[in-house]
Design a binder for this molecule. Structure first.
Ligand code: PLP
Length: 471
């Protein structure tokens, strides 16, 4: 293929070789043009869209070729000035370190820059951890707790925390429980591990899971000897009609992770009905239920049938994952067995537990959640506005709740956008990594953008970097 590259405003012929694919050919041809000086330093290249149109190839192919050459130091990409030939590129490319391209030595491939920004989902804004309020609660807990509390204690967790959580969960999430059925764990992961052991010991062999989720959790269940087949997913959420005699199903009903949808009321009712009919159990992962922006929080599924649902909550989104504090609410028939599976050896430090109990009962937890919700909501709105203004081909979904959004991309672009972002120092996750290998769901190219993760000071820069790499 020989093309006159009129858009460049220079008399240049590109001769992608075709060997190794179109992208490779285009990258090599461009590199050669820069190396030999046919493209002078500072020359502005056409947008990927117009070059793709000129060459009659996919825009993605051009974007990837540009991104690779930016990473190698032959080109630069800056907001407002587009993609240009790097200054001094023809002599010594920045990444070539000592190699002289003019002598035919290929520049060394460089790895993407260390991320400057991360929009990876899963973590709240840790810089906003309420240190002063937490310290106050810790001081008060330590001052008022009798010395006996510092012994081995109840393996289910300290009664003060179980009582505080039972009240909080009833008030905020509609969970029906008493403190006797609350179990304190070291986060959701620990709780799920305990549950896997418990289910296996009861003869359960299968826990059906959602088509999208976190493979770390599927892996935890698998390591307990449980099979984790995927259920179909569509716009109403996870469809549990296919559940047969499986012993259990794990769901994120209030905010599907990562798709961000709310399980449709009919589907909520249907899964409870299945559990009643078959004696099955529902594992409800309510990881960010407090963060609903557009309406009142949707109550926990557990409220529909406390006998058939094991409810899981965590402080990882509302406070910080480093606290390693989570909780389970068990059906009455399982509470004792779960406590004995947990035993007395893997408990959570009592001072942390008492601090959280004080934090909740003093109202500090509610205040922190309220102020976090407000800040995250502003970020969510800014993200949706920026994407719709600057990347009209991208649709922002799953934003009624939670700490992340799903940005749907034109087909085939997920990996190249992630790669282009990495080269610009922006860490992003795609939807593909959350897709179950047997997923029954329409394949989608999308980014899962965690907009809560960064401190306020870095948010605007990260959003700008994101918009730059979106198609
Ligand atoms: C879907 C989901 N569930 C639960 C959790 C919380 O896990 P843990 O409490 O172990 O930190 C997370 C955290 O990333 C999550 O994404």
């Amino acid at each position: 293929m020989v093309e006159s590259w009129a858009t460049l405003g220079v008399d240049l012929h590109l001769e992608p070789t075709g060997a190794g694919g179109l992208r490779r050919g285009l990258t090599d041809a461009l590199r050669e043009a820069v190396r030999t000086g046919r493209l002078a330093p500072g020359t502005r290249l056409p947008s990927s869209r117009s070059l793709a149109a000129d060459l009659g190839i996919a825009r993605n192919t051009v974007a990837e070729a540009y991104a690779e050459l930016v990473a190698e130091g032959w080109l630069t990409a800056r907001q407002g000035s587009g993609t240009r030939v790097a200054e001094g590129a023809a002599a010594v490319p920045p990444s070539g370190r000592g190699q002289v391209p003019g002598r035919g030595v290929a520049p060394r491939r460089v790895e993407p820059a260390r991320p400057t920004y991360s929009l990876v989902p899963g973590v709240p804004d840790l810089a906003a951890f309420p240190r002063a309020a937490w310290l106050k609660a810790a001081r008060r807990a330590l001052t008022t707790t009798p010395y006996q509390a510092l012994g081995y204690g109840d393996p289910r967790g300290h009664p003060d925390l179980r009582t505080a959580l039972a009240g909080y969960l009833a008030r905020v999430r509609g969970v029906r429980t008493d403190p006797e059925r609350v179990l304190i764990t070291s986060g959701f992961a620990h709780a799920l591990h305990l549950t896997g052991t418990l289910l296996r010991a009861r003869g359960v062999r299968t826990v059906a899971v959602e088509s999208y989720g976190l493979d770390a959790y599927w892996g935890l269940l698998q390591r307990s000897g449980l099979a984790t087949p995927a259920l179909p997913y569509d716009e109403l959420g996870t469809d549990t009609r296919a559940l047969g005699e499986q012993g259990a199903v794990m769901l994120t009903p209030a905010h599907q992770f990562p798709m961000g949808t709310l399980l449709h009321p009919d589907r909520r009712a249907a899964v409870v009905d299945w559990a009643r009919r078959t004696g099955g159990l529902i594992l409800e992962d309510d990881y960010d239920g407090e963060f609903r922006y557009d309406r009142q929080p949707v109550g926990a599924l557990q409220g529909l049938d406390p006998d058939r649902v094991i409810y899981f909550g965590t402080a990882s989104k509302s406070l910080a994952p480093g606290l390693r504090l989570g909780w389970m609410v068990l059906p009455p028939s399982l509470a004792e067995e779960a406590a004995s599976v947990k035993g007395g050896t893997d408990t959570v430090g009592v001072l942390e537990q008492l601090t959280l109990a004080e934090f909740i009962t003093s109202g500090a937890y509610d205040r922190h959640v309220r102020s976090s919700r407000l800040r995250y909501r502003r970020r969510r709105d800014a993200l949706a506005a920026a994407v719709s203004a600057r990347a009209p081909e991208v649709t922002v979904t799953g934003i009624a709740a939670g700490l992340h959004a799903v940005l749907r991309l034109p087909t085939g672009l997920e990996q190249s956008v992630i790669q282009a972002a990495a080269w610009q120092g922006l860490a992003l996750h795609g939807l593909a990594r959350h897709r179950h290998e047997q997923a029954v769901a329409e394949p989608l190219d999308a980014l899962v953008v965690g907009y809560a993760t960064l401190p306020d000071s870095a948010w605007a820069g990260a959003l700008e970097a994101l918009c730059r790499v979106l198609p």
